[in-house]
Design a protein around this ligand. Structure first.
Ligand SMILES: [Zn+2]
Length: 489
């Protein structure tokens, strides 16, 4: 409690923080009013983005300009607003499967287009001109992949400039000679803040512009704005910020943009517990980026001590979706104590609008230095393999008539199906579905295997792990049961 009181005292005495604190809290509290409702999951497409941009063509104050095309001919558009001297350039999704900030940009448009916060908006638009280039890699977004149609990472194309997307980014940066550049990405959800179980919900980097990692005014300004945004995220997601290693990467855009004289700020949206579609992180993007723009507009960031940049914990990658600790594993007549970690890997459906999970065991052994979004201490529990239910069901639908809680408690994790619809990719039940001819491989807890087993104590099966999801068999009704098991043909 004392620490919290101290933190509040510190924040209220800190002039930079309190000056901007009010607007940040109001932005957070009123977010739902501006959230763009047509974007609500990660797999968004250029068509949706274009439809929204069209809307802003006729809005007062907004200028929309087509500035380029992707390899497959999808338009790249720059949306500008404001009349101020300071040019702030923000671009998102140069990696096609990193859409969180793209969504936040449209929330920011709705905010700027509203009648509210007039005083603060005037301060922003009189002092700054904002330029947004949402979804720089629309071809990648179409198939939800990192790379562009050429199969290259646009973020390693800042020197060779072979991708039309990279060339557009460079040309726009040069034509604006922007003062600030926000390079908006998503990172793996498995990053954590160093030596803590907290996910790196947001990670930052003020990229270096040379191997010596020198700090000139351009880079220092980026660091100051990052310190400012870190204070904001710490308020809403305490401990959930990481700082990227600042080794110089000569081919990357962030590093070069810093070198070309624009204060480059890399923002990576990571993971947040129970936020699969990253909508909470989108909100944090909205709040922190808008607040950062406000501090740039009123100049208050200039007083921030850059030494505080190094206080942000470093990014680490020690998180898993599920970590089972201290389980007993019988092997050739002896018992061993092991931890098991698994990730729920996404497999895209045909049109890349949706996905299903095909989970994998990623690590086995002493995992005491690792963390899980979901953790379970299995001390006293023995790992046992699941069995095939002896009665074949006619169709997938008929599984509905089975008492699945009873089945799992009896050790059955696989149900045979007479006819499996070809269209079906995953089991809608918390049991795997198998065809009559499918031969179950020998049970092994090993890297790469699907995490499916049971936890037994005193001869009673109390927990099932199915496709990387932990199910409490005594609280079956409240368990997350949808979309979580496999079909094996
Ligand atoms: Zn990225």
């Amino acid at each position: 409690m004392k620490l919290i009181a101290f933190a509040i005292l510190f924040l209220s005495l800190n002039p930079i923080f309190s000056q901007n604190n009010d607007i940040t809290q109001s932005l957070y509290d009123t977010y739902e009013k501006y959230k763009e409702p047509s974007l609500n999951k990660r797999r968004i497409k250029h068509k949706q983005v274009l439809g929204l941009i069209e809307k802003f063509k006729n809005k007062n104050g907004f200028i929309v300009k087509k500035v380029g095309e992707s390899i497959e001919g999808r338009s790249l558009n720059l949306v500008s607003i404001g009349t101020g001297e300071t040019n702030v350039f923000l671009w998102s999704q140069m990696h096609g499967d990193e859409p969180t900030a793209t969504q936040a940009i449209f929330d920011i448009f709705n905010f700027l287009d509203s009648e509210d916060f007039t005083e603060q908006k005037q301060a922003i638009l009189n002092n700054c001109t904002l330029h947004f280039l949402p979804m720089l890699n629309p071809d990648g977004a179409e198939v939800y992949q990192r790379r562009n149609k050429l199969g290259i990472d646009i973020n390693r194309d800042a020197l060779r400039l072979q991708s039309p997307e990279g060339r557009t980014l460079k040309r726009v940066r040069d034509s604006l000679d922007a003062d600030f550049g926000f390079n908006l990405h998503d990172q793996s959800t498995y990053y954590n803040a160093e030596r803590t179980e907290k996910p790196a919900t947001i990670s930052y980097l003020a990229p270096a512009y040379n191997y010596e990692k020198d700090i000139n005014d351009v880079r220092a300004n980026a660091m100051k704005v990052i310190v400012f945004m870190n204070d904001i995220i710490q308020k809403y997601a305490p401990g959930q910020v990481g700082r990227y290693n600042d080794d110089f990467e000569p081919r990357a855009f962030g590093d070069n943009i810093q070198k070309w004289g624009t204060s480059a700020i890399l923002i990576e949206s990571g993971g947040y517990p129970n936020d699969v579609e990253k909508q909470e992180i989108r909100k944090l993007n909205y709040v922190s980026i808008l607040s950062a723009i406000y501090t740039i507009a009123n100049g208050s960031y200039q007083d921030i001590d850059i030494k505080r940049y190094d206080d942000i914990p470093e990014n680490d990658r020690k998180l898993f979706d599920l970590k089972i600790s201290n389980a007993t594993l019988p092997l050739l007549g002896k018992n061993y104590i092991i931890d098991v970690a698994a990730n729920r890997l996404e497999v895209d459906k045909d049109k890349h609008n949706d996905f299903w999970y095909s989970s994998r065991i990623l690590e086995v052994g002493d995992l005491s230095t690792y963390y899980g979004y979901e953790s379970f201490d299995a001390t006293g529990y023995t790992i046992i393999p699941g069995k095939i239910y002896p009665e074949t069901q006619k169709t997938i639908e008929s599984v509905q008539n089975l008492d699945l809680q009873f089945l799992l408690k009896s050790g059955y994790t696989y149900v045979k199906i007479g006819t499996i619809d070809k269209q079906k990719l995953s089991s809608p039940f918390p049991v795997h579905l198998i065809s009559e001819n499918y031969k179950l491989p020998d049970f092994k807890i090993e890297i790469g295997a699907n995490p499916t087993f049971l936890l037994q104590k005193n001869n009673a099966i109390e927990y099932a792990i199915i496709n990387g999801f932990l199910i409490d068999l005594d609280n079956f009704k409240t368990a997350k049961l949808l979309k979580n098991a496999m079909i094996y043909r």
